[in-house]
Design a protein around this ligand. Structure first.
Ligand code: HEC
Ligand code: HEC
Ligand code: HEC
Length: 464
């Protein structure tokens, strides 16, 4: 009798606390700190970039953003704490399973467009902070994204991911190395578990999983190319100082080296520029000691950067006349479209606000992809200090014109003499070459089935 009374009392008190909380009682100091920590982790993991609404005015994390994959459209979910449309009713375990195993509260497999292969390393402590933030620090949005994920057959069968996960996930949380400093371990954790650099910078195998032996050695990404960022001096970023890497992540701009456009500009804007200097430093130190992997570099002639000044001068034009011009003379196009900002000889401005093209990795890289994509899509990037922008030219210039100005820029400012075709430009603008998995779906599916059958056989043998 007495114990029953106690239970009732406890229930009443905890119930009251619950009501208090719902009525907006002040969270405790510890809770506020935990929410803040979760918010910071969500920034490092860039949750908001994918789970953003489509409309500019939409609320954070309400979803709807479309990831165009070669297999079809994948729509990022509403992950606000809405009970009916978001994750309001999810337990911490369900939240952890979505992040680390790629399985949602309904038990459905998520597609790896949600980077759970990286998040599987997030520690319990950080999962707890993230969960607290999403439940208590994010405003609920009672609205479903107005599109649904729709992939082509057989990729619309979510259960297929079961086999893929079996092969490519391990669900082991990050374990710090005993022989490394705390700072290096922190950098490693941030780079791999949260900031997921490797999802873009590591090439993928035939089944679209990251090739661990090629960690950070560079990979195609839609029309873009995420370069080799290992410590190789020629093909990687082995000549960059720790400060160069920190500056690049914070502002997207390192004088005479590189500027971030496309997906990297987005990562800088939404995520890296908001990180603490200590954390950026730790990440840079980790990146710098990643073993060098040598990948092919572009053939550059000895007599590099000899702009064809005569051709440039005779080819004077102006930006306004571009839309009506059908010329495919690279020099004329460069003069009309680029020289006003980047200088006639690609020298840029002395304050580097308009960067030189003579010292730029997008120009001198093995692939012309990033140059083509920057010219096509332009660039808008909010860094820690300023906002920079370059106009997009895909409306004014045809693929053939973009091809010839690309070729001109590479030839004259980097000494690279390799042809660029209109077809190549068109293909990149449309999202790059279809990966292996799409081109060879059927043979692969059969391969997958054979593999599965073998696995079942092995399991049955073991049981006997
Ligand atoms: C690169 C893009 C990307 C990033 C970054 C990302 N997500 Fe996702 N997430 C997705 C996509 C796409 C889906 C839907 C996948 C599907 O339909 O299979 C998803 C699904 C989810 C789901 C399952 C929702 C449901 O109702 O099934 C949760 C929970 C989630 N994400 C949480 C997070 C959190 C928390 C973060 C940051 C730590 C994060 N996501 C970062 C793309 C992303
Ligand atoms: C969403 C994909 C994506 C993610 C995530 C990403 N990168 Fe990048 N990164 C790119 C692309 C694409 C480029 C090329 C940008 C350009 O040249 O305009 C790039 C360029 C770079 C460069 C310049 C290399 C050069 O030679 O010009 C560095 C350094 C870099 N990234 C480091 C990182 C680090 C460190 C992380 C994680 C903390 C990271 N990136 C995460 C896509 C990504
Ligand atoms: C209105 C000025 C303007 C014009 C015109 C312009 N750019 Fe740019 N460009 C910029 C700015 C600003 C940046 C970014 C600087 C930064 O990131 O700090 C940039 C960046 C670049 C980059 C570096 C991108 C990367 O991924 O590393 C390249 C390459 C480039 N421009 C080439 C061109 C070419 C080629 C043309 C002509 C087709 C052109 N630009 C026209 C202003 C301009």
């Amino acid at each position: 009798m007495k114990t029953n009374y106690r239970i009732v009392l406890i229930m009443m008190v905890t119930g009251l606390f619950g009501i208090n909380y719902a009525l907006g009682a002040e969270p405790t100091f510890e809770q506020t700190q935990l929410i803040k920590k979760g918010e910071y982790l969500a920034i490092v993991a860039d949750c908001a970039a994918c789970h953003r609404p489509i409309e500019e005015t939409g609320k954070p994390f309400s979803g709807g953003y479309t990831i165009d994959s070669p297999m079809g459209k994948i729509i990022a979910s509403n992950i606000t704490p809405s009970d009916s449309y978001g994750i309001g009713k999810w337990t911490e375990q369900q939240f952890a399973d979505a992040l680390r195993k790629g399985i949602n509260a309904k038990g459905d497999h998520l597609y790896p467009a949600m980077p759970y292969t990286s998040y599987q390393q997030i520690t319990d402590e950080d999962i707890h902070a993230l969960y607290t933030y999403f439940m208590q620090g994010v405003a609920p949005v009672d609205k479903a994204p107005n599109q649904q994920t729709s992939l082509s057959f057989p990729f619309n069968i979510r259960q297929l991911m079961w086999g893929w996960n079996l092969l490519f996930t391990h669900e082991k949380p990050f374990t710090p190395s005993a022989t490394s400093s705390a700072q290096l371990n922190r950098g490693h954790y941030l780079v791999d578990a949260l900031a997921h650099c490797s999802t873009c910078h590591t090439p993928r195998n035939a089944l679209m999983a990251e090739t661990s032996s090629q960690y950070l050695a560079g990979a195609a990404l839609g029309g873009w190319y995420a370069p080799n960022i290992t410590s190789d001096k020629e093909s990687g970023i082995g000549t960059w100082s720790t400060d160069d890497i920190v500056t690049y992540l914070k502002t997207g701009h390192v004088n005479d080296k590189a500027q971030a456009a496309g997906p990297m500009a987005e990562a800088v804007e939404h995520s890296f520029r908001k990180m603490s200097d200590d954390d950026l430093h730790a990440m840079a130190l980790w990146i710098q000691q990643v073993p060098a992997i040598t990948t092919p570099t572009a053939n550059r002639s000895q007599s590099q950067a000899q702009p064809d000044i005569n051709a440039v001068i005779t080819g004077q034009g102006n930006q306004a006349s571009l839309a009506n011009s059908s010329t495919t003379d690279g020099a004329v196009l460069y003069e009309s479209a680029c020289a006003s900002c980047h200088g006639r000889q690609g020298e840029g401005t002395s304050d580097h606000f308009y960067p030189p093209l003579t010292h730029n990795t997008a120009v001198s890289s093995i692939t012309p992809n990033n140059l083509i994509m920057t010219i096509s899509e332009g660039l808008v990037r909010q860094g820690q200090d300023t906002t920079v922008s370059m106009p997009a030219f895909n409306q004014q210039l045809s693929p053939a014109q973009i091809a010839s100005v690309t070729q001109y820029v590479r030839q004259h400012f980097a000494g690279i003499d390799s042809p660029v075709s209109a077809e190549q430009v068109k293909q990149l603008q449309e999202g790059g070459e279809a990966p292996f998995i799409v081109k060879y779906t059927w043979p692969m599916l059969i391969g997958g089935l054979i593999l599965l059958a073998l696995l079942i056989l092995i399991v049955m043998r073991r049981k006997r």
